[in-house]
Design a protein around this ligand. Structure first.
Ligand SMILES: Cc1cc2nc3c(=O)[nH]c(=O)nc-3n(C[C@H](O)[C@H](O)[C@H](O)COP(=O)(O)OP(=O)(O)OC[C@H]3O[C@@H](n4cnc5c(N)ncnc54)[C@H](O)[C@@H]3O)c2cc1C
Length: 499
């Protein structure tokens, strides 16, 4: 048994939200314990698996220069950076969530995003330019989509920098120590029950608890219960430990459910990706999101979505879900040689599954789809492609006419051999249904009153994301609400004596 200890703040989880909470509480002088369900080599949650793409309202290139240290003046002079302010971030969030994001939480996320990224930098997180978010023409890099920055060395770099800072601040971390229940005394949270490796639970007393232990994406039964039966077979793109424990504990302690329980973020993922995130192959290496440049067909050889409806940031989550609804939960992304050089780096990795052929007939055979249907799909598509100026850095309106589904942007004929087909399925990223919180990250009960001493951050925040999220805002949400939770937790105990 671990030594009987008292902590000011216990943070459950070791992902980005938890680390942000732990660092923020400890920098204010609190004695902090982090609890991790998995072993040390599997720490960091979904955050570990990310590409580190992080969204914030930077205003203009000057705002980026304050964040990215390695951006030289010479490089900056060759960058075309569209402006992206609080209003633009807010509009993106509202657009993809069908205007359902709770105003108080949406406002908190976007308005705190810039000061939070500065704070992250102060904590030792290093940022670089996001090479997946620009198109280069005549030596100029034109960025698009409001996501020009990512963390150095992806999610691994992010969590390792924060682990280092947490350690420097004296934060203690217990591994293989899942939180199983919250303790309450006189109506206030007073500690957490932790299950030890010998199966016995111990109570760790604490003045406040921050729950930052993810959604229920890794729990097959809960996925089927809330999202639908088809989700049984979804690949889990990240942590195997996010099984909804935090939600269960919070509800038992008086919190109320909030957000879209039948919604989640998902991504088209290599059909042969591991069933849960593989810690020996870090980085988000199995996703396949260059489809706006190509076509998608199912195993019957038919198209089923408008590949060019919008930039990938705004459609990949939806299209992952659409793929799960197809026969065998499977689809193929198709590219010809004209666009193949423009695909993201994941398509070049040895982990990528691909069929290549010089003729469409041969490709159909390799894919195992009905040849006649497949050839008809391609020829009907090619006949429907309209003239227009092709430009992948803007929504160019170069579209098809007379087919369904149409392709509304970036429609080039599919006719330049060799041809490539990448088999994909749906990978679940995280679930949207969680618990009710306010903009202080306080967990609320059914009368909208705080459950005293209880805070939540990251995927545990309900009512922020519905239907989809603007790429890069999962990490920013963890950072903003994690930091807020840490500050609020300390604030609430300021009149109690800090250890
Ligand atoms: C492959 C992949 C790529 C992604 N790429 C991006 C990206 O580039 N940009 C972006 O913004 N978002 C991205 N996301 C989404 C992003 O990962 C999440 O939005 C964010 O990281 C969630 O952070 P979190 O701290 O809430 O959860 P997590 O990072 O998942 O942390 C949850 C932690 O809780 C622990 N835990 C669970 N139950 C318990 C328990 N009972 N007791 C103790 N510990 C427990 C887990 O082990 C884990 O450490 C990606 C996700 C995946 C899976």
């Amino acid at each position: 048994m671990k030594d009987e200890k008292h902590f000011d703040v216990v943070v459950v989880g070791t992902g980005n939200a938890a680390l942000s909470a732990a660092v923020s509480a400890s920098e204010k002088g609190a004695k902090v314990l982090m609890l991790e369900k998995g072993p040390e080599h599997k720490r960091g949650g979904n955050s570990f698996f990310t590409d580190g793409a992080i969204r914030f309202a930077y205003n203009d290139l000057a705002g980026i220069k304050r964040i990215v240290d390695d951006l030289s003046e010479a490089e900056a002079s060759k960058i075309e950076m569209p402006e992206y302010d609080i209003k633009a971030f807010h509009e993106d969030l509202m657009k993809v969530t069908k205007r359902k994001s709770k105003p108080e939480l949406a406002e908190h996320l976007v308005s705190k995003s810039y000061e939070t990224i500065l704070w992250m930098k102060e904590q030792g997180v290093k940022f670089i330019m996001n090479e997946n978010q620009f198109f280069e023409k005549d030596g100029t890099k034109t960025f698009w989509g409001g996501l020009p920055v990512k963390t150095d060395n992806k999610g691994i770099g992010l969590v390792e920098a924060l682990f280092e800072k947490a350690k420097a601040n004296g934060v203690e971390i217990w591994y293989e120590s899942p939180a199983v229940k919250l303790e309450k005394k006189n109506g206030e949270i007073s500690g957490v029950q932790v299950k030890q490796s010998n199966g016995v639970s111990v109570v760790v007393p604490a003045k406040s608890v921050v729950l930052a232990c993810g959604g229920f994406e890794a729990d097959k039964k809960k996925r089927m219960e809330y999202l639908g039966d088809e989700w049984e077979e979804a690949v889990v793109r990240g942590s195997e430990y996010n099984t909804g424990d935090g939600i269960t504990m919070a509800l038992e302690a008086g919190a109320v459910r909030a957000g879209q329980y039948d919604g989640c973020h998902a991504h088209t993922t290599d059909y042969n990706a591991p069933r849960v995130g593989d810690y020996s192959k870090p980085g988000d290496i199995y996703k396949k999101s260059s489809y706006p440049l190509g076509l998608i067909v199912n195993t019957e050889g038919k198209r089923f979505v408008d590949e060019g409806a919008d930039f990938r940031n705004y459609t990949y989550a939806k299209y992952g879900k659409e793929t799960l609804k197809q026969p065998d939960h499977k689809a193929f992304q198709l590219y010809d040689s004209r666009v193949r050089p423009m695909l993201r780096v994941e398509y070049d990795l040895e982990e990528a599954t691909v069929f290549k052929a010089d003729a469409l007939e041969e490709l159909a055979v390799k894919m195992g789809v009905p040849k006649e249907v497949f050839l008809k799909t391609i020829s009907q598509y090619n006949d429907a492609v309209q003239d227009g100026e092709y430009n992948p850095s803007i929504k160019d309106g170069k579209s098809t006419q007379g087919i369904s589904p149409e392709k509304t942007n970036w429609a080039l004929k599919f006719d330049k051999a060799p041809f490539y087909a990448y088999p994909v399925t749906c990978g679940i990223t995280f679930t949207f249904g969680a618990v009710k919180v306010n903009d202080k990250a306080e967990v609320l009960d059914d009368s909208e009153q705080p459950v005293k001493g209880l805070y939540a951050a990251g995927e545990m925040v309900g009512e922020l994301f519905y239907h989809n999220y603007p790429g890069g805002s999962g990490l920013m949400s963890g950072s903003v609400f994690g930091r807020t939770a840490g500050m609020s937790a300390v604030e609430s105990i300021r009149d109690k004596t800090l250890n």
